[in-house]
Design a binder for this molecule. Sequence first.
Ligand code: 7RM
Length: 651
Amino acid sequence: MGKAESFEQVLKESRVFKPSKEFSALAHVKSLAQYKKMYNESIKSPDKFWAKIAKELHWFKPWKKVSDWKEPFAKWFVGGQTNICYNCVDRHLPTWRRNKAAIVWEGEPGDSRVLTYNDLHREVCIFANTLKKLGLKKGDRVAVYMGMVPELAIAILACARIGVVHSVVFGGFSANALVERIHDCQAKAVITCDGGWRRGKIVELKAAVDEAVVKCPTIENVVVVQRTRNNVRMEPGRDHWYHELAASVDANCPAEPLDSEQGHFILYTSGSTGKPKGIYHTVGGYMVGTYLTSKLVFDLKDEDIYFCTADIGWVTGHSYIVYGPMANGATCVMYEGAPNHPEPDRFWRIIEKYRVTILYTAPTAIRAFIKWGEQWPQKHDLSSLRLLGSVGEPINPEAWIWYNNVIGKKKCPIVDTWWQTETGSIMISPLPGATPTKPGSATLPLPGILPECVNKETNKKMPPGEKGLLVVRKPWPSMLRGIWGDNERYKKVYWSTVKHSYFTGDGAHCDKDGYFWITGRVDDVIIVSGHNLGTAEVESALVSHPKVAESAVIGVPDEMTGQAVTAFVTLKDGNQPIESLKDELRAHVAKEIGALAKPKQIRFTASLPKTRSGKIMRRLLRDIASGKETVGDTTTLEDYSILAKLRTDDE
Ligand code: 7RM
């Protein structure tokens, strides 16, 4: 574990931002002392803590045992029966929220729809009844391959209502990615759309399903929601228009009482080698985790207009567009398309139009906004915003400060939320009314969560400032229950690196205040002359240069130093990729971190290979830098053409 002080300067931000008195006064958690008290109690008596939270939700039958832990297999609220769809929808109907907007949806072409909780209930019941009509039953798996339309939220809630396990496959993935995921979980049906709108063009979803399904013998039915009205082929007997099926079913469908440990969903994450992992979640624990974290982290109030910009094909969309906020009865803004269509101010336009109060987005998006220029947000009235969130990667202090100044106008707390598909809900994050924030740090663990930075060899907690592996020491309700169909892989990937601990795959260090600073995936760590460099640190240093928009760094084998840093750099609009800038950037990194972190090679590029949720696929960059063919899973890559471009780019 590296400990060279000089390397940690970039992330060793000294700035501290305290929540304002006005914000704290109205927040669910009002002070650091209140948070600490709640945290300590939750760790001392976790079952008591979680039971109290779970009781805020509806259970058809109470649990017998709060938790049951047989490492590495957890059960929560054992013996209890509930229904997450009921808690997200029906629970609000006898209250004034019946006619409150649940989904405020904006289509990319500019159309919009508003569904109240009452509307949502009707739509979900009808969808659930159409699924039943097709013979789908509790425990069956269904693949959902749609654009960001209200029917996507409705479809997954409908599955949850009757105990069907959904596997959402992001609509930007290829037919092959869909085939692989359907095979793995043996899905019986696909729910899709004719097409989806993206940057003014139709994404041919149904055509991809046609290509996929011929290779998927388990698929009996394809349900097609009409969105773009492009011509699609309908295979008689197999394919059904949703609106036709829906016309003939009952609008009443009671939510089924489900065992707390009944399957809820599978969501595939790309493995660095081999096939994607089907991360498997169950009903009760996931519901309680997303409910609590939505409430505390976003400080959700009934007056809020909450906008999470993620796609539902990513876990963030599952937990923080649909399940968590709706379990709280929130109003959720959902947007169909690209952030720069028709112009780079689309998010700001939406915020102004609907008076959004909470914005949750990703560092990759923030860096794109910085690249596009301040003039776009400045054209709009963003004064309704009161809270900002970030997720997906370490947010570099540069982007944090820009987000704070330009979007939050220095009056909105920023919650930098660390979590994973596997964790189900947010694990490390500020509570906006309680936690002083430091740009670049996800700050402190949420109640009930016990993360630690540890030394791999000794399994001991690292001293402040020293990097280690990020693990979680105790089970928590929304944790994954396994990898679908592969318990051995589950044990190996998450439970064999550090004894009796869940290994996150991330590296991190804690500072003297116990704040967590996540430095990226440990697979991505670069070791230069024996010194451990987190990709996040070097990238953050590069991005703090005024001409740099984004960067990705990787380690390449080097005779002298073991590994050397290679940096891929994209420039802000209006800057030229000239040779002298490379020296300038090297000097900048040396100044920010130290000479050892200086990139030996710098390659300017127009774009980086990313997943749709914005994570840079450094593994692919390593293949490119070493001239190798790409091996391993590429199904989560957003834009394949970037690989070809990078390969042919001049150095
Ligand atoms: C929610 C999500 C998980 C990985 C995780 C980290 C990285 C996510 C942050 C972050 C630093 C953050 N699920 N990550 N959030 N790193 N600070 N706030 O992203 O399964 O798609 O990815 O993302 O490496 O392990 S995910």
